[in-house]
Design a protein around this ligand. Structure first.
Ligand code: HEC
Length: 148
């Protein structure tokens, strides 16, 4: 009876561990997809206009608004267990939730101004806003993202 319940407990723990690993994997994939989508919006959607490689238009504004929407979720993208082997985040990030919240808040605080500047349609203003936003994103990348 005792052995049986120990085996049952071990099975439960194994299942729980497995579920944790799967959640970690899913969280990593969700983070990667969100970061990629933010990169597309900022570096391509807005960045090409900033660099004069694309015309300003409704797509530019849509990219800025997409970035704002996605950036609002940054704080949720780093749960425990999401440091899977393919991840490029530095392990220290999971033990620094306050710093992550601060870095995410800095990006979010810059967002309303960024969207206003992008909507101006003025290339110089868009370039300045994109550069400011880039710095806010890279403040976290410099601390917590591994060089590839
Ligand atoms: C709080 C920290 C933090 C903030 C803020 C942040 N990032 Fe990231 N970003 C990361 C980390 C960590 C990774 C690596 C994630 C991984 O590989 O698990 C990453 C990865 C990326 C990638 C590579 C995705 C891939 O795997 O192809 C892009 C692109 C990116 N971020 C864009 C942005 C943009 C744009 C912003 C600002 C709007 C931003 N990030 C803000 C931490 C952050």
């Amino acid at each position: 009876m005792r052995l049986k319940s120990m085996a049952a407990l071990a099975a439960v723990l194994l299942l729980a561990g497995n579920a944790f690993a799967q959640d970690g994997r899913a969280a990593f994939e969700h983070r990667r997809d969100t970061m990629k989508a933010m990169g597309r919006a900022l570096y391509l959607g807005v960045g090409r206009v900033a660099k004069g490689r694309a015309e300003f238009g409704p797509d530019t504004v849509a990219a800025a608004e997409t970035l704002a929407k996605l950036a609002a979720t940054i704080g949720t993208l780093f749960p425990p267990g999401s440091d899977v082997p393919d991840s490029n985040m530095k392990p220290g990030i999971l033990s620094a939730p306050d710093r992550v919240a601060q870095l995410a808040a800095a990006v979010q605080a810059a967002m309303p101004g960024f969207v206003v500047e992008v909507k101006s349609g003025d290339k110089a203003r868009i370039a300045a806003a994109a550069s400011t936003m880039n710095k806010a994103c890279d403040a976290c990348h410099n601390d917590f993202r591994k060089e590839e």
